[in-house]
Design a protein around this ligand. Structure first.
Ligand code: BES
Ligand code: MN
Ligand code: MN
Length: 458
């Protein structure tokens, strides 16, 4: 292991240079304009996996963006770790808010600034480089398979079919994912829960055409007003969601578990200061940390309608729109919540408007075990690398494919993320600490070693 760690330290600059090459490829999965760049990023990942020593590396086409697969099988007796990650990124806009161009990575204050630096290219690349470091030093203790996709940021719509058609090829003992955050650089944590997601788009139609707001205003319902009223009616004064049945399947967390969660360091004042908000806001009776992890939410992601150009235009618009996401917790089902939402919106809409709800991608919540060999190995690896025992935490984000892996492959995941909530993923000026990148590369081989040892002695 010492030789592996020496190799990692000695190759730091090259690892960073290669990561920068990947970050320069604008692999935005949501925008068809970048289709060839997404393909280029897949090829870059393939080339790097091969150079690191992986076998059977392949770019597997899908109906959408391709999946990169690779493996190194050393022994039938040894356990197999399936590493999952994504090489696609979120759109970079609004571009004018970036301090440096999103696809021209730079280092500032020991942090790498670029779209995808943390989510998830930087974290995927830690696995490729950790693998290379083990391979070059004859220190890979078990089998490893890589499944790096290009559609995570658009809901992994084609990965389910690939997984169903490749069960044999993907057979493994555990899934290892670095696509989440930890509490702080001096407070390591392992993610044990992620929320699910139901995402809908709503179209409210009033009159059959845009009208003069003086001639008709006052006598015809304005769809923007109606939409706002319906949205406002969907939460009560305690910020409790009013959709009938919304909380029916929510698993309430025991007071002991909540007390355990409350031990994680958190400072509301610093939180407010960082976001420049006067105060936090959320469901009555729950802490900030609980509101973003063990409780479901109803959030507007976008709302539009009418005239938004320069100057004034007196118009009573025909239509209003909103994009709404609901984050879900165990045991809510995204399909059921989408249905309840649609029913609710139709039932509270006045006769003056028509409602159309279009569901987008969804995903199920997950909770991963803390009593498994894999969790214990991950905990020990982090403790060795960071010098303190990681705290198990639940996070608010979603990785829908984790629940699907469990359903289709019967495999549990370990969510060993090295990002920070302050890394601004999905936002302008996304960044990733060089410390986090290097610590990740150091921790992963330790996980492989402990996982193999602990599996054998089980
Ligand atoms: N890596 C994130 C998920 C994440 C972020 C987990 C922070 C934990 C902490 C992932 O790439 C992501 O952005 N997921 C989307 C869902 C997807 C269906 C678009 C999300 O959470 O919005
Ligand atoms: Mn991600
Ligand atoms: Mn993301």
């Amino acid at each position: 292991m010492e030789k592996v760690q020496e190799y990692i330290a000695g190759n730091k600059q090259r690892f960073l240079d290669e990561l920068f090459e990947l970050l320069r490829i604008p692999s935005v999965s949501a925008d068809s304009k970048y289709k060839t760049d997404v393909q280029k990023a897949a090829e870059f990942v393939k080339k790097n996996l091969e150079a690191a020593g992986a076998d059977k590396v392949e770019i597997c086409p899908t109906k959408g963006h391709p999946i990169v697969y690779g493996e190194k099988i050393i022994s039938k007796e040894a356990p197999t770790v399936l590493v999952y990650g994504h090489y696609d990124v979120q759109p970079a806009d609004p571009l004018n808010l970036w301090h440096s161009p999103p696809f021209e990575p730079v280092i500032k204050d020991e942090k790498i600034y670029a779209r995808g630096a943390c989510d998830d290219k930087g974290q995927v690349f830690m696995h490729v480089k950790a693998f290379e470091s083990m391979m070059k030093n004859n220190a890979l203790p078990c089998n490893v398979k890589f499944l790096i996709e290009g559609e995570e940021e658009v809901g992994s719509v084609n990965l389910g079919e690939f997984v169903r058609n490749n069960k044999e090829r993907l057979s493994a003992d555990v899934i290892l994912v670095s696509d989440t955050s930890m509490i702080a650089n001096d407070t390591p944590s392992i993610t044990i829960g992620l929320r699910g997601l139901s995402y809908v788009e709503v179209e409210v139609t009033g009159p059959n055409r845009d009208l003069h707001s003086g001639t008709y205003g006052g006598a015809v319902a304005n769809p923007i007003q109606i939409l706002c009223e319906m949205i406002a009616a969907t939460k009560d004064k305690n910020n409790h969601i009013t959709i009938p049945g919304f909380y029916d399947d929510v698993v309430e967390i025991s007071t002991t578990e909540r007390a355990e969660m409350a031990k994680a360091p958190f400072n509301q004042e610093n939180y407010n200061k960082d976001l420049q908000i006067g105060e936090g806001q959320g469901e009555t009776g729950y802490s900030t940390n609980e509101r973003t992890s063990i409780r479901p939410t109803f959030e507007l992601n976008g709302i539009w309608g009418g005239y938004t150009g320069e100057g004034a235009k007196t118009v009573l618009p025909s239509k209003a729109f909103a994009k709404i996401s609901m984050r879900l917790v165990p045991n809510q089902s995204s399909a059921k919540i989408t249905e309840l939402f649609e029913k609710h919106f139709n039932s509270i809409a006045p006769k003056s408007v028509k409602i159309k709800v279009t569901p987008h991608h969804g995903g199920e919540p997950v909770v991963t075990p803390t009593d498994s060999v894999a969790y214990k190995a991950a905990s020990k690896a982090m403790e060795t690398a960071f010098g303190s025992k990681p705290i198990p935490t639940r996070e608010g984000g979603s990785i829908p494919i984790i629940a699907l892996f469990e359903r289709e492959l019967g495999l549990k995941s370990v969510l060993l993320g090295f990002g920070l909530n302050s890394d601004d993923i999905h936002s302008p000026n996304e960044h990733y600490g060089i410390f986090n990148f290097m610590k990740g590369i150091e921790t992963i081989p330790l996980f492989f070693k402990y996982y193999t040892e602990m599996s054998a002695s089980k």
